[in-house]
Structures are given as C-alpha cells and as structure tokens.
Design a protein around this ligand. Structure first.
Ligand SMILES: [Zn+2]
Ligand SMILES: [Zn+2]
Ligand SMILES: [Zn+2]
Length: 177
C-alpha cells in the first residue's frame, strides 16, 4: 500500500494535533477489512468492535478498558472475550501492544512494512505511531553492522506530547517521592 494514501505518513504531527479524527478511524477500518479479506480472515462483530474502540483516538487502552466497553455493549464480560479479539488484531498487524503501558493501540500504518515506533506521552497517554521508514532504516543499519537481520522490532519512546510540555508529571515517579 502506498504511503501517499496514509494519513499518518502524510501528516506525521497529526496524532498530537487537534484534528478531525473520523477520517483516521474510517481509513484504518477500511484498510483492516481489506487486509483480512485478502488473508481469508473474518472480522467478526467482536473483533470489529474492538478495533473500532481502539480507533476512537490516538491512545492506548488496557485490555480491561476494552473488556468493560465490550461488556456494556453485550459482547460478554469474561476477559478472554477481549484478549482473544486483541490477540487477533495484533497477530494480523491491525493493533500493537504497548508494553510500557500494558495496553493496546490501533496500528496507524496497517499493511505497510514497518517497525512500530511509538511516541508515548507519559502525562496524557496520547500515542503517535511515528512514520516508520526512517526508524526502520536506522535500526537496520545498526543491525547489519553486526551481521544481524531484524525480523520484527518495536520502539517505545516516552516523553511529552505538545499539549503536555509544561504539565506537571502525573505518572507516579518513585525517584521524586
Ligand atoms: Zn486521528
Ligand atoms: Zn503499526
Ligand atoms: Zn500529552
């Protein structure tokens, strides 16, 4: 898929800027449907709803937040309901696990060969999935200098989004306590 058609490649500052998010979500959902159809995989109602919930913003959601949303909508309240759907989305490249936050976020570069590189705001937990090619190129060149071939990689950078540059630190920090 061409990067020309990717909103987040075309406007890398989108995730942290005030913007009309509906096209982000609808573009990603359309991509997801196409990707799964090409693989002969089904976007079942619970998988689709899970993806739509993740696509509500440029944020990461914990599995239990997703589960409580699914439960209120009648999809069932047992944790496997959410975990199976999230695992499916991750397995097919439609969502990523953010280990730093123990949470999930929708992929903003679905179908593109990319290293997921996340800029994570430690104050408001907004997330931007940075345009991947430059990050991947830097990793590949560092790896190839050691004869190493990268098959998958995830970069998680913690910091402050433009809105939170001057906000007090909200995440408990043991060193400061
Ligand atoms: Zn958006
Ligand atoms: Zn991605
Ligand atoms: Zn922020």
């Amino acid at each position: 898929m061409s990067h020309d058609h990717c909103r987040n490649c075309a406007a890398p500052d989108l995730a942290f800027a005030a913007h009309d998010h509906a096209p982000c979500a609808s573009e990603a959902l359309a991509r997801a449907i196409g990707i799964l159809a090409a693989k002969g995989q089904r976007l079942t109602p619970v998988r689709r709803r899970t993806l739509e919930i993740l696509l509500e913003g440029h944020r990461a959601l914990g599995a239990y937040e997703v589960l409580s949303r699914l439960a209120t909508e009648g999809f069932g309240a047992q944790p496997p309901v959410a975990y199976r759907a999230l695992d499916f989305l991750e397995e097919h490249g439609l969502a990523h696990r953010i280990r730093r936050l123990n949470a999930f976020t929708a992929c903003m570069h679905m179908g593109e060969n990319h290293t997921a590189a996340f800029l994570i705001c430690c104050v408001c937990h907004a997330i931007s999935e940075a345009p991947a090619p430059p990050a991947r190129a830097a990793l590949d060149s560092a790896a190839s200098a050691q004869g190493f071939t990268i098959e998958s990689a995830t970069i998680e950078a913690l910091g402050r989004c433009p809105t939170c540059q001057n906000a007090p630190q909200l995440v408990p920090n043991k060193a400061a306590a």
